[in-house]
Design a binder for this molecule. Structure first.
Ligand code: GLC
Length: 744
């Protein structure tokens, strides 16, 4: 049967209950990803009342329920199985915020492809990824799941991940339907509090939050998930303007719109629906196809039909899109095509090697004073201390996929494997603790939530042991930071420092090491930038590891020992203090830019304006000198393009890979433009002492802006091209360019 005739044939035979079943997705309980827990859906599947499942993993359990749907329900429509394969499935890759810093679209696609192969082998056909929410507020926990603060980088990330997950042909046995989430502007929640209201200008929406989703659509993403949040009072789950009018009608998106967990029912709590039937009607009319876990379509739409609030044509349109996606996934042709066989060991081994490569390329060297890294040949005794030194499960990050079959490699395990001849001793010193413990004094009162199970106070012996190790080591590796669940969903923080009593411990370690002239290398684990200027000051070197995944310890050892040079950059600005937030490089200029010598300028009385580390910061083991910035044209029309080149010399003692960024800023424009706009990036690997040239391409179309009427325009005038290693203007080399109308 052809795709259209099969779908239309089914539609003509389906009862209302069976139609609403195809618009329903229920959780199967392999893991819990939301506040409402579903029971066993087997009977509902048999009756055709549930046509889609999330959180069911494993070839056997998937086949068992697929068999119920295909062989025991009246119409035999196969189930769609979905899961959060965010940064790996069984083999875990670095969290997206870390991997974004690799600035390597080919790598992003490869890790997504590997994750898809593993998830499909477990019977999964859809992943709730990539998460594409631009994030500029580190208090919000979900920045860890996304590509950082910049829309251009996020857009490149979006396209690569969609291509990786979907593999170019959804009928492949190892293809996953990707879901671009959470549409949109979820990263701009009030005060960084998860699920809180969002209110951004239409201009910011179009310039910052929508571009990654448009890039995902351009790459053929199969589905979109609206955010839990409202946008200026209209919840995205019922946003006709952004779903029906923009996605469907203006952009012609024919894929599936699947809600977030229980989101339709929460329209009642948003205050825009009186009951479940009204909530269901609002979501359906806005363009939603699948109701995840609220039961609103299944139980509310019959009443909405009776009330005349919806019509059957709209329901049929949604069912048609869901059945069409199942057809595109090849589920009708072979419902059991995914999950037939376990992956060969050689494939898993290749994925572990990729996880190690990706982790190495996602570690950001923030500081390396006196070039204490990489470790030298004279290293004999190494102290590895801190609560994250031997914490393999924490390395997985907040979306650990199906749970790695074998636990991730811890820091201590990685270092012992890499340095067999070195005496390595390890002690945690203190527990990770909780965020509340770190701020209890400031808050002077119980937090608004039941106290997390605070870790037990450190056993005196372990604290003394850890500090004692610093007395006899040649170097100290201090592993501190957040636990995996202190970022991700429902994990906002009001402060950005180390949890628990880690600060006191870290200060004690640094004091003892400094007294002996012994270097301290901090390995910092977190799902967000942390405001730890005191730690950066006290340590000799700081490596931001984020959550590196299955091969965490091996990759960290590779970089600390110099087997691999650090090359990653931070994809998000690091504030000095939470009071500076939101702090990002793409801010529009003030009429009174900060000037320490002029009181009447945009700054604080008590904090610097500059970040701890700017977007794009990341050291290598090389030292690069930039010269000869030039372009192959001085003027550009909209349809033209140009190449910007810069020469680099690696004056360091080690080979290294440098990333060069191209930013722009028009000297004048009808609407004030951000201080810097990222337009391109490129890399060059140079041996010690070697020279090379980096060339970056810029199309005239990349210089279009949104006019006062929010319509795209190509405004003539002078533009600065700024080239350099990060979004710090003092480190950028500037070249002028003239934009001119065609035919001038
Ligand atoms: C969660 C998250 C979403 C995830 C979904 C299914 O609440 O918001 O990102 O994909 O539910 O687990």
């Amino acid at each position: 049967m052809g795709r259209v005739s099969r779908v239309e044939g089914l539609l003509a035979r389906m009862t209302l209950v069976e139609k609403l079943g195809q618009l329903t997705m229920s959780s199967a309980g392999f893991t819990v990803t939301g506040p409402v827990i579903a029971g066993d859906s087997t009977e509902a599947i048999r009756r055709g009342e549930v046509g889609n499942l999330l959180n069911l993993v494993g070839g056997e359990p998937v086949r068992a329920l697929q068999r119920v749907a295909v062989e025991e329900s009246r119409l035999g429509i196969p189930l769609l199985l979905a899961f959060d394969v965010v940064h790996g499935h069984r083999t875990l890759f670095p969290v997206p915020l870390a991997e974004a810093g690799a600035l390597d679209a080919e790598l992003w696609a490869r890790t997504a492809r590997a994750a898809a192969v593993e998830a499909a082998a477990d019977g999964i056909a859809m992943t709730f990824a990539p998460m594409l929410d631009v994030a500029r507020d580190p208090r919000w926990g979900r920045g860890v799941e996304g590509p950082g603060e910049d829309p251009m980088l996020a857009s490149r990330f979006a396209a690569a991940k969609v291509e990786g997950f979907q593999g170019g042909d959804l009928t492949r046995d190892d293809a996953l339907a990707a879901v671009a989430k959470h549409y949109c502007a979820y990263g701009a929640v009030t005060a960084g509090r998860d699920y809180a209201s969002v209110d951004v200008s239409e201009r910011t929406l179009r310039e910052v939050y929508l571009p990654p989703f448009d890039a995902a659509l351009g790459a053929g993403v199969a589905a979109v998930m609206p955010a839990f949040t409202d946008l200026a009072g209209v919840p995205l789950t019922a946003h006709r303007g952004l779903l029906r009018d923009r996605l469907r009608r203006r952009l012609g998106f024919e894929g599936v719109i699947v809600t977030d967990y229980h989101a339709i029912a929460e329209l009642i709590v948003h205050g825009v629906a009186a009951d479940l039937a009204e909530a269901a009607a609002l979501a359906l009319e806005a363009g939603v196809d699948i109701d995840m876990m609220s039961g609103a379509f299944r139980h509310g739409l019959p009443l909405a039909l009776e009330r005349g609030r919806v019509d059957l044509q709209t329901i049929d349109a949604a069912v048609r899109r869901v059945l069409t996606l199942k057809e595109r996934l090849g589920l009708f042709a072979d419902p059991y095509r995914r999950g037939k066989a376990a992956l060969p060991a050689a494939v898993r081994a290749r994925h572990r090697a990729l996880a190690r490569e990706a982790a190495c390329r996602s570690l950001v060297l923030l500081k390396n004073d006196r070039e204490v890294l990489p470790f030298g040949p004279t290293l004999r005794r190494l102290a590895v201390v801190g609560p994250l030194a031997d914490a393999p499960l924490e390395m997985a990050g907040p979306w650990p996929g199906a749970g790695a079959d074998d636990a991730p490699v811890s820091v201590i395990a990685g270092l012992r494997a890499a340095l067999p001849a070195v005496q390595i001793h390890c002690a945690a010193g203190v527990p990770i603790g909780t965020p509340a413990q770190a701020v209890a004094a400031e808050c002077a009162g119980p937090p608004d939530y039941p106290a997390a199970a605070d870790s037990a106070p450190p056993p005196e012996s372990d604290l003394a042991a850890a500090l004692g190790l610093c007395e006899s080591a040649d170097a100290v590796v201090l592993c501190v930071g957040e636990a995996a669940r202190m970022s991700g969903e429902a994990a906002s923080r009001g402060a950005l420092d180390l949890p628990g009593s880690q600060r006191e411990f870290a200060e004690a370690v640094c004091r003892r090491a400094a007294a002996r002239g012994v270097p301290v290398i901090v390995v910092l684990f977190s799902g967000r930038p942390l405001a730890v200027p005191w730690l950066v000051q006290a340590a000799d070197a700081v490596l931001a590891a984020w959550f590196p995944g299955s091969e965490a310890g091996a990759a960290i050892a590779d970089v600390l020992c110099g087997r691999v040079g650090p090359s990653a950059r931070t994809a998000i600005t690091w504030p000095r203090a939470v009071g500076q937030v939101p702090l990002f490089f793409g801010e529009r200029p003030s009429g009174r830019p900060a000037n320490r010598d002029d009181p009447y300028t945009s700054k604080y009385l008590d904090f610097p304006v500059a970040p701890l580390f700017p977007f794009g910061h990341g050291l290598t083991y090389g030292r690069f000198r930039y010269t000869g910035l030039r372009a192959n044209r001085e003027r550009i029309e909209e349809h033209e393009s140009l190449e910007v080149s810069v020469d680099l010399v690696n004056e360091g003692a080690h080979a290294a890979e440098e990333t060069v960024f191209l930013f722009t800023h028009p000297r004048t424009s009808s609407v004030s433009r951000p201080i810097l706009e990222l337009k391109a990036f490129a890399k060059v690997a140079l041996a010690a002492g070697a020279s090379g040239t980096v060339t970056l391409r810029l199309a005239g179309a990349d210089l279009r802006t949104l006019g006062a009427d929010l319509e795209p325009q190509f405004e003539p005038g002078a533009v600065d091209l700024l080239v350099g290693p990060c979004a710090d203007r003092e480190q950028l080399h500037v070249l002028g360019l003239i934009k001119e109308r065609a035919g001038r």
